[in-house]
Design a protein around this ligand. Structure first.
Ligand code: HEC
Ligand code: HEC
Length: 530
């Protein structure tokens, strides 16, 4: 990669002013820098980026501006993000690196706004715009003109979606009976789905790799992440993933990343911690006793499958390996606590709104029904065969990893975000619009004849069913880590929620959750501060 050492060291010194909180410069100009820092860094990066030059290092503490304030990505190794390692090198044949879709400025994902900006600035030449999976479909497209490219890459530009194409396994217990893809990818043996890049940060807390868990599944020769094999399973899965990502997204020939490069990529990813660190209305998210921002996450305790209240009810819940799942006895249903200290502030204070939103997330009751993975019988077996038709829970029942919010269980759930008409009884109630997605109809096959039965489902994403071939797993998707959300709109695997308020509206419509406008705005203030 091209670097400019002289300029960089100046830049590094400049940027370090924002992290060197004890320097004289910092003390003297603290007030001004606090409010101006995100903008100064943004302006500086934009100037450098526009001149076609690249950074080689981003020191810890740099603010990456976003619509709600700024995020930070903190590395436990080397004092910052080294942009010269294999993660940021082109290892395939189409000029892409992992960093093409996993950017430090966007909480190690990529926002749709970032993609659109790159499209305009490079007139579609940025390597993210490659027909292999960047365009809506890889055939019958015309990318010879700007207008043609604009149309071919519309889902990537407007929703930040990558086409994920996966073959239907020959031993699936269902058959794909129809595919209706508005972009021409109508093949029924290889299914095209459209998904957001997951953040490659805070990975220590993952219980499944990829939305459908396909990089941690025996069906793909990778390892399911369990209490008993963590973290070896996770590290192996991530190494395997780095190789698949290069062959797939970067059209690699299979020789890279080498085992050594895979190790470097995994080490790089595992060292990263990301969170929103600054809010326009709240200022620093670690002020006044709060513990927002990425640094407290470094020492956050974590156990696979150990924290869920679902776990308490269903000790065998999709766990192949045994009845008792060990925990540390510290489980509390209050999944998030960074903003506890802001609870007593005057109610009009923006920080009080964040604390109220945290309390809603932790304790507002939600009636969880019709969620495949919780309310159906799955492999619960024994005592609770038949599942629990209705479970009184909270946001944290599913988002149960403390201060992270992903599933601590390696268990994808179908909450309805893949439905062709997700919980949208009447269009203006806040249901999600997924009209831009394909619809795929699958029918369970008769085990005797192998012919499709009349038990069918129509979905926009087959989720876990495409990995393990199980009809019951249609639409099952993992709940992502909820840190750094402000850096990476839009939300849900298919980008169907343009804003965090849209995501909250989805829960209101889908689960009959009743929130006042004030509660909605508090919950959004909290999610924005994560
Ligand atoms: C063209 C864009 C693109 C490129 C390039 C890319 N990724 Fe991704 N990445 C994605 C998408 C999209 C997903 C989610 C796909 C899914 O779940 O089906 C993802 C998911 C991931 C995940 C899973 C995180 C989680 O929470 O499960 C990891 C890890 C990851 N990528 C690492 C990498 C690495 C390492 C590279 C480089 C070798 C890379 N990616 C290159 C788009 C990209
Ligand atoms: C029944 C389980 C369940 C409950 C309850 C639940 N979630 Fe989710 N959540 C999920 C799953 C599964 C996903 C992933 C869905 C997808 O990507 O399509 C998700 C995704 C999200 C996302 C999008 C994250 C991203 O990176 O795109 C947000 C935000 C979110 N949930 C917030 C909440 C809030 C706030 C509540 C409470 C009002 C809540 N969730 C309750 C299971 C749940």
């Amino acid at each position: 990669m091209q670097t400019f050492p002289a300029q960089q060291s100046r830049l590094t010194r400049f940027l370090s002013l924002f992290s060197a909180r004890r320097s004289a410069f910092w003390r003297r100009h603290k007030g001004l820098l606090m409010s101006a820092a995100p903008f100064l860094v943004a302006a500086l990066m934009a100037v450098v980026a526009a001149s076609g030059q690249q950074f080689s290092f981003i020191p810890n503490g740099v603010f990456f501006p976003n619509a709600n304030g700024a995020s930070q990505t903190y590395s436990t190794t080397g004092g910052g993000i080294d942009l010269t390692g294999p993660f940021f090198q082109s290892l395939g044949t189409n000029g892409r690196s992992c960093g093409t879709c996993h950017q430090p400025s966007d909480g190690m994902s990529v926002s749709a706004a970032n993609v659109q900006q790159r499209f305009v600035l490079t007139r579609g030449k940025d390597p993210i715009f490659r027909a292999v999976d960047g365009s809506n479909c890889n055939h019958n497209i015309d990318v010879s003109t700007f207008a043609g490219m604009s149309a071919a890459y519309s889902l990537l530009r407007t929703r930040g979606l990558i086409r994920v194409a996966i073959a239907v396994s020959s031993n699936a217990d269902y058959r794909v009976v129809s595919v209706n893809n508005p972009y021409g990818c109508n093949e029924s043996d290889v299914i095209s789905m459209y998904r957001r890049p997951l953040p490659t940060t805070n990975l220590r807390f993952l219980s499944a790799v990829m939305f459908d868990g396909r990089e941690s599944s025996t069906a793909t020769g990778t390892t399911k992440i369990l209490y008993s094999n963590y973290p070896t399973s996770l590290l192996n899965d991530l190494a395997h993933q780095s190789s698949d990502a290069t062959t797939g997204h970067a059209q690699g020939d299979g020789t890279r990343p080498t085992p050594e490069e895979q190790q470097q990529i995994v080490n790089f990813e595992m060292a990263l911690f990301t969170a929103q660190a600054f809010g326009f209305r709240t200022a620093r998210l670690d002020a006044q006793g709060a513990s927002g921002g990425p640094v407290p996450l470094v020492n956050q305790p974590f156990f696979i499958s150990s924290y869920s209240s679902v776990n308490f009810l269903l000790p065998q819940f999709e766990q192949p390996g045994g009845l008792v799942i060990p925990g540390d006895g510290q489980f509390t249903p209050a999944i998030f606590n960074p903003f506890d200290a802001w609870t007593g502030l005057p109610s009009m204070h923006p920080r009080a709104a964040v604390a109220r939103g945290q309390a809603i997330f932790n304790s507002k009751p939600i009636n969880i029904t019709g969620v495949a993975g919780i309310n159906d019988d799955v492999s619960a077996g024994g005592l609770l065969a038949g599942g629990i038709p209705s479970l009184q829970g909270t946001c944290g029942t599913c988002h149960d990893t403390p201060n992270m919010g992903n599933h601590s269980f390696p268990t994808p759930l179908d909450i309805g975000t893949s439905d062709p008409n997700p919980s949208n009884p009447s269009a203006n109630l806040g249901g999600l619009d997924v009209g831009y997605l394909p619809t795929i109809t699958v029918c369970k096959t008769d085990p005797g004849t192998g012919l499709p039965t009349s038990t069918c489902k129509t979905t926009t994403d087959l989720g876990q069913a495409l990995i393990d071939g199980k009809f019951d797993h249609v639409g099952k998707i993992k709940g992502p880590i909820l840190r750094g959300l402000s850096a990476r709109a839009p939300y849900f695997h298919n980008g169907s929620a343009a804003t965090l308020l849209d995501a909250v509206h989805f829960y209101e419509v889908r689960f009959g959750l009743v929130l006042t406008p004030q509660e909605e705005s508090d919950l959004v203030a909290f999610l924005s501060a994560l």
